[in-house]
Design a protein around this ligand. Structure first.
Ligand code: GN1
Ligand code: MG
Length: 360
């Protein structure tokens, strides 16, 4: 089926002029559909990676419920799903690929790396509002699309299996990183343990709050939270931690020069201030106490996942060059270490904002 036949399956306004590959996602394939009539909306067509998101229909049902709930509270605060001509959430082609369409907000922009603390503050507020809008949504109604997605304990088990198999004989290159991962494993499991002990509540979380998943307008205000594939029950730390991980340094996620990776306290303060301004009334003191640790945990989790994928032979993330997963892992583990070195400073920022002392 060619792209024009595919587009015809969806209930779109106007005619599509061009379909161009779009974005930097590591998982799905995305196209920007530009409308011939500039007054009508552009669209985003995506092929869902159904090897990663196995229960596609359940995931799409999650997305429909969540977008309806959020957009009812604040129109435009998240994506708008466009149904197929038959009123379905997605279309399955003859090869078994799953396709879906959202409105493309051409007046808004995504940044892989935030340029200023103001942008970070605004983006963080949008992510915070997303959590807040969903605070009254029954988490049990959402299907756990990828179970244990941010569970450090089970991610370490998968890492252990990859180490035992060593299918590409790559362990010898990664000795230092493997040692680092194992050395701080216990500390990195603390939030998960606290959750499993019932001390931290499960909420509806986004679970992929990297900074390029919030769109800002031309005045720099955070407008629209995107990439809802992993919205499911989780701890607030997953969202706060990933937001900090992707904003606290100006370095890229796979930065090869580790000297360029730095924890910038102004950038951290901006994220924490924006996020907490909207959520602190909802969060418990214990949830707030663990926020600084969550930043290290998410950098650790990503380092761990990239390293696992490198050892397993690059089977999960898209890579653009041979060693990219290893390079990503090194950068994320370096960031984790640098966040841990600054833990007192991060805690002080949180304490200054909401008066809650952090646990380390
Ligand atoms: C993947 O969809 P995308 O590329 O934003 C991954 C996230 C990671 C991210 C790292 C389903 O997200 O968990 O944080 O890469 N998504 C999935 O950049 O694994
Ligand atoms: Mg994603």
């Amino acid at each position: 089926m060619n792209i024009n036949n595919l587009i015809e399956q969806f209930d779109l306004q106007g005619k599509v002029a061009t379909a161009v590959p779009f974005g930097n996602g590591h998982i799905n394939d995305t196209f920007h559909l530009c409308n011939q009539d500039a007054a009508l909306p552009d669209y985003l067509l995506q092929r869902v990676n159904h090897l990663v998101f196995k229960p596609v229909a359940a995931m799409m049902e999650n997305i429909r419920k969540v977008t309806e709930h959020v957009n009812e509270k604040s129109r435009g605060a998240t994506l708008d799903l466009i149904p197929t001509q038959e009123g379905k959430d997605f279309f399955r082609d003859e090869k078994g690929n799953y396709w879906r369409v959202f409105i493309f907000r051409k007046e808004l922009m995504a940044y892989d790396i935030a340029e200023t603390p103001e942008q970070i503050y605004e983006g963080a507020k949008a992510f915070g509002r997303f959590l807040d809008y969903l605070a009254d949504f029954p988490a049990a109604e959402l299907f756990p699309t990828i179970p244990n997605f941010h569970n450090v304990i089970t991610r370490l088990e998968a890492f252990d299996l990859a180490l035992k198999a060593d299918v590409k004989g790559r362990i010898k290159e990664c000795k230092k990183e493997i040692g680092y991962v194992l050395g701080i494993a216990q500390e990195m499991c603390r939030i998960q343990h606290a959750g499993e002990a019932g001390k931290i509540p499960l909420r509806v979380t986004h679970n992929d709050t990297k900074f390029n998943n919030v769109l800002l307008d031309h005045d720099g205000k955070g407008r629209c939270v995107i990439d809802l594939d992993t919205v499911m029950p989780g701890y607030v730390h997953f969202d706060f931690g990933d937001g900090v991980r992707t904003t606290v340094s100006t370095a890229a996620e796979d930065e090869a020069d580790l000297e360029k990776i730095a924890v910038d306290l102004d950038r951290f303060s901006a994220f924490a201030q924006g996020y907490l301004e909207v959520t602190h009334a909802t969060l418990s003191p214990l949830e707030i106490e663990y926020l600084p640790l969550s930043a290290a945990m998410l950098a650790y989790l990503m380092g761990l996942r990239f390293l696992t994928d490198y050892l397993a032979g690059d089977v999960y993330y898209k890579i653009h060059f041979e060693q990219q997963n290893f390079q990503r892992a090194k950068a994320q583990l370096d960031l984790c270490q640098k966040i841990l070195e600054r833990k007192k400073d991060l805690s002080q920022v949180i304490q200054g904002l909401v008066g809650v002392k952090s646990l380390w």
